[in-house]
Design a binder for this molecule. Sequence first.
Ligand code: NAP
Length: 298
Amino acid sequence: MRFAVLGSGFWATEVHAASLAGHPDAELVGIWGRDAEKAAAAGARYDVRGTTDLDALLADVDAVSISLPPSVQPDLAVRAAQAGCHLLLEKPVALSVADADRVVAATTAAGVASVVFLTYRFRTSTTAWLEQAGRSHLVGGSVTWLASTFAADSPFRGSVWRAEPGAPLWDLGPHALSLLEPALGPAVSAVGARAADGTVNVVLEHEGGATSTLTLSASASTLSAGEEFWVHGDAGRLVLLPEAGATAHEAHAVAVTELQAAALTGGAHPCDAAYGARQVRVLAAAQDAVAAGARRTV
Ligand SMILES: NC(=O)c1ccc[n+]([C@@H]2O[C@H](COP(=O)([O-])OP(=O)(O)OC[C@H]3O[C@@H](n4cnc5c(N)ncnc54)[C@H](OP(=O)(O)O)[C@@H]3O)[C@@H](O)[C@H]2O)c1
């Protein structure tokens, strides 16, 4: 399948383009960016076209892999779907329910496949962890993700959308939900509070009665940065341990393979745009709950 990468920033070039350029069953055809020089440089790095001409690139590919801020992604995703391209989307799909629903409607209307790159879901260790979770009676779970997004050595320190208040929820929340929801069931309500340093704390209630807690920060000190994921129940506390040597571009390559399979078979993927839109509903409810200091249903 012929792919274009939309975006010429760090994540687009280091992960999306690197994965596609090395993929045995996919071909990286070009890279689109809004800035001609950056797009050309990104293309040159992988010996493919680097362009600002989106329509010409879309006409030449079967699929796009989008790595742009979530406020920018929905319009481009809709354009790509309307051009008949399958969509490998970034998390979160959008920053509003209306934008997320537009992406879903466009994929349905065009009959194209979609996968949201929820990185952990494309790792073998997560598959094993979810299988183990599926054999247990679970009552709760927890995700703590303390990121130092704006530290001097962070590749995301210049990211404008991550500097918005509440951004940890939208940036890190999709990963948390991608692990907690398949283990504990769909989240149905949220309560939460924001700490003085911007850390977002949310308690989710899941269908069936389990609860989970999310502690998400973009401004943690580098000494406290790190991630922890676990669920618990009759089988004990199931901790998702970090996978030694796992890279994001390997996970992306798995997502590419699964998008191609969904496109060829016409089957829905569990992390498709519709699931991405569901995540946006949960995140919007959690954001409202934090702002109001009251429970919000999804
Ligand atoms: N799955 C994961 O584990 C994972 C990890 C990291 C990031 N991501 C996702 O990847 C996406 C991109 O993240 P990022 O950190 O690269 O974002 P970012 O740094 O905030 O922005 C990436 C690029 O988007 C371009 N851009 C900004 N506004 C634009 C606009 N209006 N039109 C066109 N291009 C625009 C900028 O290009 P210029 O260079 O032209 O300014 C910038 O380099 C996000 O959705 C993020 O959540 C996912």
